[in-house]
Design a protein around this ligand. Structure first.
Ligand code: NAD
Ligand code: UGA
Length: 457
């Protein structure tokens, strides 16, 4: 079969890896290559132990690797030999200089643009897959137009909406695929070619075309709205705790209103993940740059409530455990920022564990998939121990803090856990995952989020 498109993705991370694996699977007539500066990551993509955990990913990679899916560190060659280039490098929050703590750090993205220019000898479509500030495509276009006449470039925006833990399902059955293009003949033609790739498995009615700026901004806004829902329900959880209302009941009552809808209304210890905070802060920064301070303040509050929710959780733990956790063993169940992923970036567990350690507590962490990342995050700190087995983590503990909604924690034998704990035994359910009444009945003092605590004293 002749190769229809030669596709390259620069950045083989949580987005680039799964996205390209699915494109390779669904487009056997295309050649798909992922390149990355991180040699270890590429080595892992080429091994049996992939660098990220996502349900279904292993099978897809193993089925297509070496056929039409390739992983390499040879970025220059990859660029030269491709027609469509996805840029999926990281765009973290800037930690230095102007905009530090808010603006997106575009250095990796800019380096990539320059690399594309340097190694291109034929025309290419360049697709922004990374989440970028609105108007970035203009800068990309300027850099790419600064070379000779050897190659011409068409820049498209195709932001990614997958969520970790459900990445493969989200890619196979997306709510929508968003394609942003310049309103020129070339822009439309480039958009048709990109659309043709997705049309191999996504119905045309779900492929949405907009101008490039709307596509860039829609990505930031989608994340801001999702995070806003979580902060909204978390803010109400604080009020529930003061008023005997139950946040789960409130969420259900409001979620049945079809204008509000039921999803993303689970109160918890706060949202984590590499993107919500960074994308909202970026939105805030853009608004301030445009002189829209009221708009910036409005979105900033979503992040403030999230920090407040982390703080509230730890403060409550300490207060309920007689105002001291020094020397006490706390079993932390779950460290990933959500279930079904090994990713720990911006996980609330980081803040909670660091605060507990600052109080001289001993933190015993268990997680089914994230221990490698926990080691990188907290390994070597005094007071931290890691456990594969949650029962071992809880042995002799004064309290359990459940911080990730792994379904397997629902199945634990809590009587066995309780029997091996110090008494009184405390359980702080940061995800409202467990059966609180049943736990209370067997002897735990239970502290859910947004509900009246169940205490034996
Ligand atoms: P990641 O850190 O997992 O992966 C990015 C990769 O890019 C890294 O492996 C890094 O080594 C590589 N890289 C950086 N500079 C490079 C260069 N010059 N040349 C080659 N490789 C380079 O990040 P991610 O989570 O995949 O996110 C990538 C982008 O996608 C971000 O903008 C993010 O906001 C966005 N996004 C992420 C998710 C998610 O669930 N993680 C979802 C949607 C969108
Ligand atoms: C989120 C978005 O859902 C994706 O659409 C987007 O592509 C992605 O960010 C991104 O740009 O990176 P992700 O962060 O992977 O995806 O996971 P979510 O399911 O959105 O969860 C984020 C955080 O919110 C988690 O910590 C989760 O536990 C928390 N959350 C989620 C709640 O506390 N309550 C809820 O009701 C839902």
């Amino acid at each position: 079969m002749s190769v229809k498109e030669r596709i390259l993705c620069i950045g083989a991370g949580y987005v680039g890896g799964p996205t390209m694996a699915v494109i390779a699977e669904k487009c056997p007539h295309c050649r798909v290559e992922l390149v990355d500066v991180n040699e270890e990551r590429i080595r892992q993509w080429n091994s049996d132990d992939l660098p990220i955990y996502e349900a279904g990913l292993d099978e897809i990679v193993k089925r297509n690797r070496g056929k039409n899916l390739f992983f390499s560190t040879d970025i220059g060659r990859g660029i030269d030999e491709s027609d469509i280039i996805f840029v999926s490098v990281n765009t973290p929050t800037k930690t230095f200089g102007q905009g530090a703590g808010q603006a997106a750090d575009l250095q990796y993205w800019e380096k990539t643009a320059r690399q594309i220019l340097r190694h291109s000898r034929n025309d290419k479509i360049v697709v922004e897959k990374s989440t970028l500030p609105v108007l970035t495509a203009e800068a990309m276009d300027r850099i790419l137009s600064s070379g000779g006449d050897d190659a011409q470039f068409d820049v498209l925006s195709n932001p990614e909406f997958l969520a970790e833990g459900t990445a493969i399902r989200d890619l196979l059955e997306p709510d929508r695929v968003l394609l942003g293009r310049m309103d020129t003949e070339r822009g439309h033609a480039a958009c048709d070619r990109l659309s043709a790739i997705y049309e191999n498995w996504v119905d045309r009615s779900r492929i949405l075309r907009t101008n490039v700026w709307s596509a860039e901004l829609s990505k930031l806004v989608a994340n801001a709205f999702l995070a806003q829902r979580i902060s909204s329900i978390n803010s109400i959880s604080a009020l529930c705790e003061k008023t005997k209302a139950d946040v789960t009941e409130v969420a259900r009552a409001i979620g049945l209103d079809s204008r509000i809808g039921p999803r993303f209304l689970n109160a918890g210890v706060g949202f984590g993940g590499s993107c919500f905070k960074k994308d909202i802060l970026n939105l805030v920064y853009i608004c301030r740059q445009q002189g829209l301070n009221e708009v910036a303040d409005y979105w900033q509050q979503v992040v403030r409530i999230n920090v407040y929710q982390h703080d509230r959780f730890v403060a409550n733990m300490i207060a309920e455990m007689f105002n001291t956790v020094a020397g006490k063993k706390i079993a932390v169940l779950g460290f990933a920022f959500k279930a079904n992923t090994g990713d720990t970036r911006e996980s609330p567990a980081i803040t909670v564990c660091r605060r507990l350690l600052a109080e001289n507590a001993l933190v015993h962490i268990a997680d089914p998939k994230a221990l490698r990342q926990v080691e990188a995050e907290l390994g070597g700190l005094d007071g931290v121990s890691l456990f594969e087995d949650p029962y071992e983590a809880a042995e002799g503990a004064h309290a359990i803090a459940l911080l990730t909604d792994w379904a397997c924690y629902r199945e634990l034998n809590f009587q066995r856990i309780l029997d091996a704990m110090e008494k009184p035994a405390f359980l702080f359910d940061g995800r409202n995952l467990l059966d609180h009444r049943a736990l209370y009945k067997i002897g735990f003092n239970v502290y859910p989020i947004g509900k009246t605590p169940l205490r034996h004293f």
